[in-house]
Design a protein around this ligand. Structure first.
Ligand code: ADP
Ligand code: ASP
Ligand code: MG
Length: 418
């Protein structure tokens, strides 16, 4: 049995969409705003888009590695920072970059205003560090757009139903952007980043990985859930549930990138698989003698994001992010469960909508592993994914071998779209 723990999403009102005015949400990641020169370049791009007649909402991430530095600073002061205070601290990075971009836009002669997540009307639940958006109250943004301003929204944060500052989990600016695009009825959500789009594998691990032209929501969900960190998983869930078209593209060029959208015929016919993803940021737990209902209720109550689940007789194997380890340990100890955990395993996943209509993907995957002398553990599948665990040291060579076995490095493997 396998299951990806996707969550239910809030309903968003897009009734406020202005007739006749097209809106775009443009999100810039940390490397895109890493220094003053890059901030000025982002400002110029936003001004160009506005001058072409579009209402522009921009979401920016913290500059460079600022969020990492803030997390590190907190841990230098306190071994276990209180989650509420940690959110107060790390939400600051996005406020800085937002204000700086707004200043640079003003210098170019266009009106701009920066807003915190709270000012932008992003309301979340009360789970600090990985809050979920429960509502977007877009009236302030609409008012500013009506006043001909470019609106900058600090990514990755909101205000909770208890009026505290919350953050949305690492990489959460993607989710801010897609949620705003849904709430504003935007034509598209453009995600500007340091790579040209979504690739057939992590470009750092597979040098001949190819940019994909189009990926279905379902494929992107599987890829984001299994390590392609170019989009935060939750942003893809939002996009799928609200039909937001997402365009992942480079900050540094004008080239088109990758469109994430509904599946179409060509996606099923052309490529057998779309990509090979991997992650080494998971812990695998083996639990004995606890009923599944009790186990997963306790893990859910502890806010542990369970991923792969495999049950074998009385044994249950599941995986969860490395970051959730303290909460998972507490939950398992609280149940009095006997369990073992393994953090030396990485997960490799072969993903593609094409495998629904083409047999033989599993055969080719396991034949490749046999030739490589790698023994997969805990195999889990969905209609469009085959995933398994291998020791950390084998992860990269396994990804490279599968990428080659499915011929993903050739330009022909690319999926064309209109
Ligand atoms: P940003 O700061 O713009 O949000 P991220 O670091 O979150 O950027 O995501 C972009 C990075 O994701 C790329 O630099 C790339 O190394 C990595 N990545 C991993 N897998 C993939 C993939 N399949 N396609 C594209 N990028 C990927
Ligand atoms: N700055 C936050 C992070 O580094 C959010 C983001 O970049 O999306 O995780
Ligand atoms: Mg990111």
């Amino acid at each position: 049995m396998t299951e990806a723990a996707y969550e239910t999403l809030p309903e968003l009102e897009s009734s406020e969409t202005r007739i006749g005015a097209s809106t775009v949400v443009m999100k810039f990641g940390g490397t895109s705003v890493a220094d003053p020169e890059k901030i000025r370049r982002v400002a110029a791009r936003l001004v160009d888009t506005k001058r072409a007649g579009t209402r522009v909402v921009a979401v920016v991430s913290a500059m460079g590695y600022h969020t990492d530095e803030l997390v590190d600073l907190a841990h230098q002061v306190s071994p276990h920072p209180k989650p509420r205070e940690l959110d107060m601290l790390i939400s600051v990075g996005e406020r800085i970059s937002c204000a700086l971009v707004a200043m640079a836009i003003s210098d170019l002669g266009t009106d701009a205003i920066s807003l915190t997540g709270s000012q932008a009307g992003i309301v979340t639940d009360t789970v600090h560090g990985k809050a979920k958006i429960v509502e977007v109250k877009a009236h302030r943004i609409h008012r500013e757009l009506d006043g001909e301003r470019i609106v900058l929204v600090a990514g990755f944060q909101g205000v909770s139903t208890a009026y505290d500052v919350t953050t949305l989990g690492r990489g959460g600016s993607d989710t801010t952007a897609v949620a705003l695009a849904a709430a504003l009825g935007a034509d598209a959500c453009e995600i500007y980043t340091d790579v040209d789009g979504v690739f057939t594998a992590a470009p750092r691990v597979v040098p001949d990985a190819q940019k994909l032209h189009a990926v279905s929501y379902e494929e992107m969900l599987e890829m984001a859930a299994s390590g392609a960190k170019v989009l935060q998983l939750r942003s893809v869930e939002f996009a799928r549930n609200h039909g937001v078209k997402v365009h992942v593209r480079s900050t540094f060029t004008d080239e088109p990138g990758t469109w994430i959208r509904e599946e179409d015929e060509r996606m099923l016919e052309k490529a057998l698989i779309s990509g090979v993803t991997h992650t080494v940021d998971e812990v695998v737990y083996e639990v004995d003698g606890v009923r599944p209902a009790e186990l997963f209720e306790a893990l859910a109550a502890a806010e542990v994001n369970v991923d792969t689940i495999i049950q074998m007789d009385s044994r249950i194997v599941f995986s969860a992010p490395l970051d959730d380890r303290p909460q998972a340990d507490d939950a398992l100890t609280g149940l009095g469960a006997s369990y073992a955990q393994e953090d030396g395993l990485g997960k490799v996943s072969v993903v593609g909508a094409g495998m629904k209509s083409h047999p033989g993907v599993a055969a080719r995957t396991f034949a490749t592993l046999r030739e490589l002398g790698v023994t997969p553990k805990f195999v889990a599948t969905s209609p469009i994914k085959i995933a398994f665990y291998v020791p950390h040291d084998d992860v990269e060579k396994t990804v490279q071998a599968l990428h080659e076995a499915f011929d993903l490095g050739s330009a022909d493997a690319e999926r064309q779209h209109a």
